[in-house]
Design a protein around this ligand. Structure first.
Ligand code: CTP
Length: 398
């Protein structure tokens, strides 16, 4: 699983740095390529010679190589890595990372990285307990960096409590699992629709709905984290998504979404249509703003194309098609009807009667039905967690 994986280990000034040579050995034994970057303080805690011998690479510390006048490109390093681990991460470097400070090679590399970043703090009891540390951890987690929590035990100061760097064997297992997960859907192509469509009435007005696209965007992220190549056809939302493995196509109307989906569908393995597509559009949108003096008593509507139903017609045996159903009454029966009528493999039911579920909330609660008759309830959770559960259900179905 680790063979050929490129891992940067960033070591900061903490006594726990002595554990990292053990971790490097474990990773190298499994065939990983390891590049160590030290902060200037870290070299007082672990020798570059030990680390360069174990990694078979020069250890990097400074931007500039004084011997030959060359400089070290943090951008190239950030792009080279499949994963960055900061271990041990001191309170000082953590605070800098939380605030985008980039005053050494390690910090600039992390800022330039596009790969998953894991961080394993290690510090004394009271430093770890300090509210600023907790705020900084919260901030790093909000950047989607993954925390490897420090453990309880005897600390270098002689105090006992939480603050010890997790053991190298455990960190090794966490990284191995991360790579195993990121390979699950490697080579698979996925199509996701998300967000609302806006159907113009005139150049300034439209028919739309309250969807924010969050659920679909989180599903796209969950697929990308498992190594899939994702095409996200995104309706009118303001959220910007800049992630490797997610190719975003922004559309406005149901018609535009339909065209993108029909063009992409033949080449995808899995399609999940979570967009809140407007079912009707004004038949003849005005090309100039409708002035209020010209009172409008009716707007003539016509149906938009049903993208999901069309993909259901085109679906080949080896493709998986997943739809959503947003219901207010007769939820289960309506969802199962859509599953059958639109030739789906799976449908995710959202009930607007469930508190904390639906449009604009940070959380969701869904029930998943498959064409094989199974029913899985996902309790109220944040949308990123629900997204991971939906993707796991799809993998289990495959
Ligand atoms: N959908 C679609 N194209 C449309 C309308 C809906 O692809 N023009 C998809 C949605 O993305 C969702 C599913 O169809 O995956 C169900 O959407 P929903 O609005 O719940 O149901 P409808 O099929 O539109 O039926 P109704 O509005 O009568 O409930």
């Amino acid at each position: 699983m680790l063979k050929g994986k490129k891992i940067i280990i960033g070591i900061t000034g903490s006594i726990a740095a002595y554990k990292i040579p053990f971790l490097v050995r474990l990773l190298k034994k499994q065939g990983a390529e390891v590049q160590v970057i030290l902060t200037p303080f870290a070299k007082d805690f672990v020798t570059p010679l030990t680390l360069s011998t174990l990694t078979e690479k020069p250890v990097l510390i400074d931007f500039f190589n004084e011997k030959d006048g060359s400089w070290c490109s943090h951008i190239e390093l950030g792009l080279w890595a499949d994963l960055i681990l900061l271990a041990p991460l001191s309170a000082n470097t953590m605070a800098k990372m939380a605030n985008g400070i980039a005053d050494n090679l390690l910090l600039t590399t992390v800022l330039s990285a596009r790969c998953p970043v894991y961080f394993a703090p290690a510090m004394d009891l009271d430093m770890y307990k300090h509210p600023s540390t907790h705020e900084n951890i919260k901030k790093l987690k909000s950047f989607a960096y993954k925390l490897i929590e420090p453990v309880e035990g005897e600390l270098a100061s002689g105090l006992k409590g939480v603050g010890r760097l997790e053991e190298p064997e455990i960190i090794f297992d966490i990284l191995s699992d991360a790579f195993a997960e990121s390979d699950t859907l490697k080579g698979k192509h996925v199509l996701i629709t998300a967000g609302p469509t806006h159907e113009p009435i005139d150049p300034v007005r439209f028919i739309g709905n309250h969807s924010t696209g969050k659920m679909g965007i989180e599903i796209a992220r969950a697929f990308a984290n498992k190594g899939a190549t994702v095409n996200l056809v995104l309706g009118s939302v303001s959220m910007s998504i800049d992630e490797p493995n997610i190719n975003v196509m922004q559309v406005q109307t149901a018609e535009e979404m339909y065209e993108q989906c029909v063009a992409l569908f033949p080449d995808v393995n899995i399609a999940v249509l979570s967009a809140a597509v407007a079912d009707f559009k004004p038949s003849k949108p005005a090309n100039k703003k409708i002035k209020k003096e010209k009172s409008v008593s009716t707007i003539k509507l016509e149906p938009t194309p049903d993208i999901l139903a069309e993909l259901g017609k085109q679906k080949k045996n080896d493709q998986i098609l997943v739809g959503f159903a947003l219901e207010t009454d007769n939820e289960e029966a309506n969802a199962i009807k859509k599953l059958n009528n639109k030739n789906l493999d799976m449908i995710v039911l959202n009930s607007l009667n469930d508190e904390g579920a639906g449009f604009g909330t940070a959380t969701n609660k869904v029930t998943i039905f498959t064409k094989n008759g199974s029913k899985t309830e996902i309790p109220l959770k944040t949308k990123d967690k629900v997204a991971r559960d939906i993707v796991d259900q799809i993998i289990a179905f495959i």
